[in-house]
Each structure stands twice: as C-alpha cells, then as structure tokens.
Design a protein. Structure first.
Length: 91
C-alpha cells in the first residue's frame, strides 16, 4: 500500500506555570516586540507554546538525541502548537 499508517494526533494538554516577575516582564516586552514586527497584538500567554516550540526545534543536540532514541512520534519537532495556542507535546 502506498499510503502509510495514519497516526492519531496527540491530545493537547494544559500546563500551568508560574513566571518570576523579571521573566514575565521579558515576556510582555517580547509580546510588544511581536506587535512591532508583525503589526498584530498577541497575548503573551499565546507566545509561550510558540517560544517553547522554537526553542526545541533549534536545539540540535536534542534533535539528534530524539532521532537516535527511536521516538516513533517524532515528526519534525518535539512540540507543535495547535490553532488555539495550546502546546501539544509529542511523546
């Protein structure tokens, strides 16, 4: 068969974190920077999954380890962002 097995998408999970005041201020400044660059305002909370995704994608050592660990669900990234901004961990 030419069609590969269709894998079910992993469910989204909600994760609660507390940010220190300095880190929260930096996140708010990053949201302002995002608005400056893209011309659209964004809730700083919506940036967190995107920032995490970008970080994991850019970590080449992690990507190498992930590929060598035999992770069958690795599909180009360890975390994807859903349309509602929720992080979707890839197991």
């Amino acid at each position: 068969m030419k069609l590969a097995r269709i894998s079910k998408p992993l469910r989204s999970v909600q994760v609660r974190v507390s940010l220190g005041g300095d880190l929260n201020a930096e996140l708010e400044r990053y949201a302002s920077y995002y608005e400056h660059i893209h011309g659209e305002s964004v809730d700083s909370k919506a940036l967190i999954p995107e920032i995490l995704h970008a970080f994991l994608e850019a970590d080449r050592e992690f990507q190498t380890w992930s590929r060598s660990s035999g992770s069958s669900s690795h599909s180009g990234g360890a975390v994807g962002a859903s349309s509602n901004g929720a992080a979707k961990p890839q197991a």
